[in-house]
Write a protein that binds this ligand. Sequence first.
Ligand code: DSN
Length: 424
Amino acid sequence: MTAKPSSFSTPLAASDPEIFRTIQDETRRQGGQLEMIASENFVSRAVLETVGTVLTNKYAEGYPGHRYYGGCVHVDEAENLARDRAKKLFGAAHVNVQPHSGSQANMAVYFACLKPGDTILAMDLAQGGHLTHGSPVNFSGRLYKVVSYGVERGSGRIDMDQVRQLAHAEKPKLIMTGASAYPRAIDFAAFRVIADEIGAVLVADIAHPAGLVAKGLHPSPVPYCDFVTTTTHKTLRGPRGGMIMAGEQSAKAVDSQIFPGIQGGPLMHVIAAKAVAFREALSDDFGAYAKQIVLNAQALAATLVGGGLDLCSGGTDNHLVLIDLTKTGISGKQGEHALDRAGITVNKNMVPYDTRKPMETSGVRLGTPALTTRGMKVAEMEAIGRMIVRVLENPEDAKTLEQVRGEVDDLCKGFPLYTERLVG
Ligand code: DSN
């Protein structure tokens, strides 16, 4: 395959034109469409720069001051900065910034608290939970006995009566809170009361709302939970990775489960980039950003409802909305495909009590973190909401999709993304 000549040269362009071109194409794709996958975001140039540094060369098994390799003085500084900033951001006593992902953060917490065969109580993936909260196809569902809670049919809110009833009936050793497709705030204090009634460990996975939690726009689980896990790349807008927060008394258990328990060498370039992102998140600017994410999601939700669409739970408290397409007759897969053709990137998603399979689904999940990073506000959300309604009303109509694609192009031009060189 021959790469097109590029307008500038870089070491990568010279040595691997195919990958260079792929990165250029992906940069254009990200800027040329409306990114509405609720778990995605656009990191700062400073975070990108840090990920692409010589820190990737360093092995540093262990923790700052206690490494299994020499030459760790500078990566120790980076990891200490990441840990201290994260503690300040969330008010956590202990933080482990080494998990490569949210899944590994959850795995380490389970391994610190449970033996295979123990019972966990967590939100059903099909009702908004996450794979690592006990799905039978995931390690969590294979290693542990899983009891799942969900949302009430009418309100679409977590059914706390069901949580209490299951907790007392099944006596799980660990209760997991948190979700990947739940548009409402989670009441961690109420979960704590139930966990205490049965003596269970309480864990919150805040991968989705972490950036909102950091700025007080979603309740914090830190005062109520024994462990808090998160990813760093969603609303928190850092590099791809995970993190665990815990009380001092659990520090050793968590740290030893990450290394040597389930991981070897930490990704020091990513940990340094987490530090950069946490510094950004500590700023007042990030507070304004987080507030705008929520305002934007609410404006989007109101426009979609005004356009006749059903939303799970009727609206949103956070960064995401979940459209229930059941009454439209189209599937989530068809909705995702039509929106994609129109330049709006979303993901099909199960809705609670869905009758379709996971590869079809009856829902579409949308989020505002990435578009808010681009600088879009309520007026743009209302315009985008109206575009989404038109597309979902006419998913097979090429003319409608083409018209919306043109409007998306115009909107994107007004909110440029990564216009500077990203490689070289
Ligand atoms: N894949 C993430 C999401 O989209 O929510 C969760 O791991």
